[in-house]
Design a binder for this molecule. Structure first.
Ligand code: NAP
Ligand code: GLV
Length: 309
């Protein structure tokens, strides 16, 4: 049994070491692979070159190193009929909940304003708003969105969420479908995007969406860069309709040097690190799934490629 690793999230040989330690029977190879493609059973990948995966005729499953699989869905030559498995594992979920909590509190406690005051050497208190007077609205009630909301319960925010299908979550006002979006946005002060990137969700963070939020709301995008219409964000921040944004993902990564986001005073940015897959933790999910398949059981977290997530 052999697995090919192609990931630039990995540093050094962390995946190879983790897989060798947890599953010594599995031979591991790192990309670029010079051997016989027919000998590869599994691929563990992040952003493989388009057309690469079709070279391996005997693949039994493709594992995404990340939760999102848009990097695979966008390959027009992705082999069909082979299960694509997304990353679901406690370390990735914990990392995202940490980041979302940090970003929400940053906006709630006016840290973008205090950073601006610091630059100008201004010492001024901004009246504090109670957490229970603010609504955090989560676009996407999947594995990551739900856990982040769960962690935010500790702070007493009003919590809401929006998904494709109806949901019932204790302590969270749930909305769904295009019919539920406006009511969800109308009460949301801090909007977090944890949607997968699909044709339906691309560009969802646009001027129309921002106009439906209460004036002065903030936006946190940890989904994908293409969820956001970048010019619309700048216009909404400059008009005051939005008071700030935290962005971890961008249409073009790395963000080009001349991009206006770099210098915008009301944008807090990070280089796509909201949650990074840590091999020593995530290896368990990959190994357990391969063992499941090898013993004739069904794989977990297989993506519905028609739906796109
Ligand atoms: P997930 O479990 O598949 O959940 C996706 C959620 O989005 C579900 O609640 C789904 O609704 C909802 N959804 C999908 N399409 C929709 C639509 N058209 N309208 C309304 N709701 C829709 O995904 P996840 O594991 O939580 O991950 C979410 C995304 O986070 C990933 O795809 C990835 O892009 C991003 N991510 C980013 C980072 C980072 O470092 N920035 C790290 C990890 C993941 P239903 O429940 O009704 O199906
Ligand atoms: C990272 O962006 C992921 O999808 O896990």
């Amino acid at each position: 049994m052999a697995l090919l690793i192609k990931t630039d999230i990995d540093r050094g040989n962390a995946w190879t070491e983790a897989l060798n330690a947890h599953y010594p029977e599995l031979k591991t190879f790192t990309w670029p692979y010079k051997g016989d493609p027919a000998k590869i059973d599994y691929a563990l990948v992040w952003q493989p070159p388009k057309g690469e995966l079709k070279r391996y005729p005997n693949l039994k499953a493709i594992f995404s190193v990340g939760a999102g699989i848009d990097h695979l869905a966008s390959d027009p030559e992705l082999p069909t009929g082979i299960p694509v498995v997304r990353m679901v594992e406690p370390g990735l979920t914990a990392g995202m909940s940490q980041y979302v909590t940090l970003a929400v509190l940053n906006h709630h406690r006016f840290m973008i304003d205090y950073a601006a005051q610091r630059r100008e050497k201004v010492w001024e208190e901004i009246p504090q708003i109670a957490a229970d007077a603010r609504q955090v609205g989560m676009l996407g009630l999947g594995v990551l969105g739900r856990d982040a909301l769960d962690k935010l319960k500790a702070f007493d925010f009003k919590l809401a969420g929006w998904s494709r299908s109806p949901k019932s979550i204790t302590g969270v006002t749930c909305f769904h479908g295009s019919g539920g979006l406006d009511a969800f946005l109308a009460e949301t002060d801090i909007l977090v995007c944890l949607l997968p990137l699909t044709p339906e969700t691309e560009g969802i963070l646009n001027s129309e969406t921002f106009a439906k939020l209460p004036a002065g709301a903030s936006v946190v995008n940890v989904g994908r860069g293409a969820h956001l219409v970048e010019d619309d964000l700048i216009a909404a921040l400059d008009s005051g309709q939005l008071s700030g944004a935290t962005l971890d993902v961008f249409r073009q990564e790395p963000l080009p040097e001349k991009h206006p986001f770099w210098k915008h005073p009301r944008i807090f940015m990070t280089p796509h690190i909201a949650s990074m897959t840590i091999p020593s933790s995530a290896v368990r999910a990959v190994v357990a799934n391969i063992q499941r398949l090898e013993s004739g059981e069904a794989l977990q977290h297989v993506v519905d490629m028609k739906r796109g997530y």
